[in-house]
Design a protein around this ligand. Sequence first.
Ligand code: HEM
Length: 410
Amino acid sequence: VTEAGSRLGRRRVLQGTAAALGGAGAGWAGAAVSRATESEPSGSERRPTVLSPAAGVETEPFVGAHQAGIASRPQAHLSLVGLDLRPGVDRPGLARLLRLLSDDVQRLALGDGALADPEPELASSPSRLTVTFGLGPSVVDRLVPAGRTPRVRELPSFSTDRLQPAWGQTDLVLQICGDDLTTVAHARRMLLKDARSFVASRWVQDGFRRARGSEAEGTTMRNVMGQVDGTVNPSEADPDFAGLVWVTEPEESVGATAMVVRRIRAEMDTWDQVGRQGREFAVGRRLDTGAPLTGTREHDEPDFEATDRLGFPVIDPASHVRRARSDDPRHRFHRRSYNYTTTAADGREEAGLVFIAYAADLEEQFVPIQRRLAEQDRLNEWVTTIGSAVYLVPPGVRSSSGYVGEGLVG
Ligand code: HEM
């Protein structure tokens, strides 16, 4: 077998393996690729290495009881788009829009172009693309017949909020996530193009986590402040998850959820002046491992009663983790946040968190925690909420001919 022949054979094996392994095998297939490339010739002999599209071929199902992009393991990229309906778009108009976009998403999530996609090749690597649709409270009030949804209201104001209207509530939201930015950008362009006669886009909040494959699967993300962020977070594997996240009534909304978006700026210039100990004290966890200050490993249970030699609590009662935990187990939700960085018009760098959380009932579950944090949280000195919005996230589609929101506006 010639060298070229053996390389082709190996490529086929790797691609086949990746496709067969699907979601769970991507890490393994990635490792196989690196091992295989180690034996490549070096220097001038070296030809371009063909890597297996292990992660690119993976898909997230569009059809299901719940929309994708909520319980799905977070992808590397986020593009969150806030949209306002154009004047005159009524309930049948909204239904047409949701049908059109659902059809596009279904195709794009499989790696096919959208309908009449001028650049279908850009869609060919689905990379676990998900698009999650949300309806703002005023759209629910105006266009969804009464009794079909639970109540979703805008959040009360909190004393620490410094909200900028530019990042405010919109009529609709599309949370576009994927492991590849080209795929995400293409999906966004196709969706906005098809939605153009129905909506105008008000804001886009792009966000990122570590690139797929740069860390072991399941590693908790780090936020821009350097903290391990997301350790105590109900995930689909937890028995409590379904009860905390999915709406159970009325019937038309079974499987729905509510989404809160908070754009939180991190004051990096002043944060950078705080020593490591001060940073850990503010959160109540270690920066290196994410372990609570009373433990050694990330998932150790914090001991809020523990005191030091002088009798002071090891985890400060005003630390973020202490304040973010209430005694009421119903005051919990699923966080699915992304980092952002951006350059303002005056050239100043800004960084922060596109904080996203899902709960069956935001008023009952989320608001009490946000209120506790606004009242007291050491982290408040270095974080400022500049945007806020909430959405009802309709249930998933039951068959490939259905569309998101069908039971609400159909
Ligand atoms: C930029 C702003 C924020 C930063 C940097 C931040 C950072 C962190 C970090 C490092 C942890 C510890 C690790 C973990 O369990 O995830 C944590 C925990 C947590 N945060 Fe935040 N957070 C922010 C905003 C918020 C907001 C706005 C809320 C909700 C209103 C929130 C709710 C929570 C909850 C519920 C926990 C878990 C607490 C527990 O141990 O039970 N965080 N956060």
